[in-house]
Design a protein around this ligand. Structure first.
Ligand SMILES: NC(=O)c1ccc[n+]([C@@H]2O[C@H](COP(=O)([O-])OP(=O)(O)OC[C@H]3O[C@@H](n4cnc5c(N)ncnc54)[C@H](OP(=O)(O)O)[C@@H]3O)[C@@H](O)[C@H]2O)c1
Length: 315
């Protein structure tokens, strides 16, 4: 497993990391989740991403339980704050940031997270207040570094102008062969500022593995067929998208790769990406995905990917 620098943090993270969104917030059985974390360590994955809102604390609690069996310094742990935890607890005010980091640390059973991320931008809180509170969290030793996820570039730029506050080390956008929106503004800004991307849904929630056929019901035991996990996959389950993904199969075959390897090597071709955060419902998937680390795609393969996907790519 190759490691990459996480922005200016000095932390090295594995090119493939393990997320916990729909899966370990209750979507997969506890034993499976535990087996996936074990598989991640076996495969050299050292970076685990979660959020307070995933199952309203459930994913953090599960990870806290499972990770208590591992040496704390052997993994890099990231969590997030912003989305509602109750009718009144939400956003990025000073009070919320302090309250939510303490609650996350308790669930995660640790004194600190390596990365504390703002899950979205909170336009109802002054930016200065948010940045000051995040800086206090770092000063208190509760987080080593800070990151943002899916912020518009304007507040990111404004935050970088503020004196005396922590600087971001990471940005967490959706990024995949199908969803390239960060290439327009976010990646160029972050490249200039020493901020890395740690990207979510690099497999398009599993769609880019090619397991969904256009015009057919999704196979059982997949996210698209799951009652509890299919809520966000609709846009990708469009027949035009699924047909385009089927056209990637000969491209992957020609390159001697699995579809998952092709998709993950594609996001990792971008040097500003430090890690591809994959979800996994089974330990075999963790190993299959980890094997994408270190794969380089040649120009011919990259061009064939663009030709196969055509106008279903979102830029
Ligand atoms: N910052 C944000 O706003 C945000 C938003 C979303 C996610 N995230 C983070 O990013 C992480 C990853 O997101 P994601 O789960 O959507 O990522 P993904 O890696 O694109 O999709 C993961 C899903 O694809 C399927 N899969 C994975 N590997 C496979 C393989 N080798 N072969 C076949 N199917 C495979 C599994 O679902 P099935 O087996 O059930 O089909 C798995 O749960 C999340 O866990 C979370 O930590 C962040």
């Amino acid at each position: 497993m190759n490691l990459r620098q996480l922005g200016s943090s000095g932390i090295e993270v594995s090119e493939i990391s393990l997320g916990s969104w729909l899966t370990y917030s209750g979507g997969v059985q506890r034993e499976q989740a535990e087996a996936c974390v074990k598989a991640a360590f076996e495969a050299g994955i050292n970076f685990i991403d979660t959020a307070n809102v995933y199952g309203r604390g459930a994913a953090e609690s599960l990870l806290g339980d499972v990770l208590s069996g591992y040496e704390r310094s052997s993994y890099v742990l990231a969590t997030k704050v912003f989305f509602p935890m109750s009718d009144t607890d939400m956003g990025l005010s000073k009070a919320q940031i302090h309250k939510q980091i303490d609650a996350s640390l308790e669930r995660l059973r640790t004194d600190y997270v390596d990365l504390y991320q703002c899950h979205r931008y909170d336009s109802s809180t002054p930016l200065e207040e948010t940045m000051q509170a995040l800086s206090e969290v770092v000063q208190a030793g509760k987080a080593r570094h800070i990151g943002f996820s899916e912020w518009p570039v304007e507040p990111v730029e404004a935050s970088l102008e503020l004196p005396g506050v922590e600087r971001w080390v990471s940005s967490q956008p959706q990024y995949s062969m199908l969803w390239r929106a960060p290439e327009a503004q976010v990646i160029p800004l972050c490249e200039r500022e020493g901020i890395s991307q740690i990207v979510w849904s690099p497999l398009g929630q599993g769609v880019l593995t090619g397991k969904y056929s256009p015009g057919e019901q999704p196979p059982a035991d997949t996210r698209a067929a799951s009652e509890s996990m299919s809520g966000f996959i609709d846009r990708l389950m469009d027949d035009r998208v699924l047909e385009a993904v089927q056209r990637l199969k000969p491209v992957a075959e020609g390159a001697g790769l699995s579809m998952a390897q092709l998709a993950l090597a594609w996001v990792l071709r971008q040097p500003n990406v430090a890690s591809a955060i994959v979800g996994a419902s089974r330990p075999e998937q963790v190993h299959a995905n980890a094997s994408a680390s270190g794969i380089t795609l040649d120009e011919q393969t990259l061009a064939a990917i663009d030709a196969a996907l055509g106008d279903v790519i979102v830029r």
